[in-house]
Design a protein around this ligand. Structure first.
Ligand SMILES: Nc1ncnc2c1ncn2[C@@H]1O[C@H](COP(=O)(O)OP(=O)(O)O)[C@@H](O)[C@H]1O
Ligand SMILES: [Mg+2]
Length: 268
């Protein structure tokens, strides 16, 4: 069986689960070029087979890609954050107690927030970008050095051991298309404040009928990367004349983050 046939079978399966159960679940570890193509095929099959309004498809697809990317990025950053904390406290904690100590630190919000100040955020950001790059190169069988490969294996093992995953759900109920993305890493307080602030600025512009102005250079938030992912998803809702605060939520609880995007009235 070649890859195209395998993919066709997979898509058939997705459609039949969705038909029967109204919800289909995926476990995601990365979103490479191939993965994005596959997701696009899944999207178009769903839209075609369930008679949804094709006009919405590309917009919704790009919003979902952004939100999944955020989850992938957040998980990678979180494991690196833990490993950096680990090397800082290594001298003070016995090896066999380390995992429990880390678990405790990262489960408790105040402790977790306290640890942020011990880690240079620029370095963490660089390490995250690098890990994601190596991961993508490795999956696409582009060149990675032996050292990079060992490093990658190390982090993948840690993610498995600590159950850091992403669960992606598509729910199709009558006229409602809902996506849920659950990642096993929290949004830190400073990041949540940043997200909220930027969503509010965007909402103010939308109120005056100029939501698109949000993407002009003076609104670029340079703290992370461009900070445009959530805004792009919000913009999709503004274009659909929906208030994104009602239909797109991002919540952190017990160290997990759940993003939900709800599109009502998608039937053609
Ligand atoms: N699923 C998530 N889990 C944890 N943190 C998240 C998640 N989604 C977003 N964030 C945080 O929100 C910030 C803003 O996201 P976004 O607007 O997409 O900008 P960017 O991805 O360019 O940083 C991210 O940098 C990250 O700190
Ligand atoms: Mg993003």
């Amino acid at each position: 069986m070649d890859d195209a046939e395998k993919r066709e079978i997979k898509i058939e399966k997705v459609l039949s689960i969705l038909r029967e159960k109204k919800v289909v679940k995926f476990q995601i570890n990365a979103l490479t070029r191939n993965g994005r193509d596959e997701l696009m095929e899944i999207f178009s099959s769903i839209f075609i087979n369930f008679g949804l309004n094709m006009e919405y498809m590309f917009n919704i697809y790009s919003a979902i890609v952004e939100v999944i990317f955020n989850a992938v990025k957040a998980n990678a950053k979180f494991i690196l954050f833990q490993e950096m904390i680990k090397s800082r406290i290594a001298g003070n904690i016995k090896d066999e107690e380390m995992d429990d100590v880390l678990q405790t630190i990262f489960r408790e919000e105040p402790l977790r927030e306290f640890m942020v100040r011990y880690i240079p955020q620029d370095l963490l950001k660089k390490k995250t970008q690098n890990l994601l790059r190596v991961d993508e190169y490795f999956r696409l069988k582009k060149g990675v050095s032996q050292e990079e490969k060992e490093n990658l294996v190390h982090y993948r093992t840690k993610m498995q051991e600590r159950h850091i995953n992403i669960e992606f759900k598509i729910i199709l109920d009558d006229n409602d298309l809902i996506f849920s993305i659950l990642n096993d890493s929290p949004v830190l307080k400073k990041d949540m404040e940043r997200i909220l602030h930027s969503r509010e600025v965007h909402a103010m512009l939308a109120d005056s009928g100029h939501s698109g102005d949000f993407f002009s250079p003076e609104n670029l938030d340079q703290t992370e990367s461009a900070g445009m992912g959530i805004a792009m998803a919000d913009e999709v809702f503004y274009e659909l004349k929906l208030n994104p605060f009602d239909y797109f939520t991002i919540e952190t609880s017990k160290g997990q983050t759940k993003s939900m995007l709800h599109f009502p009235g998608v039937n053609a």
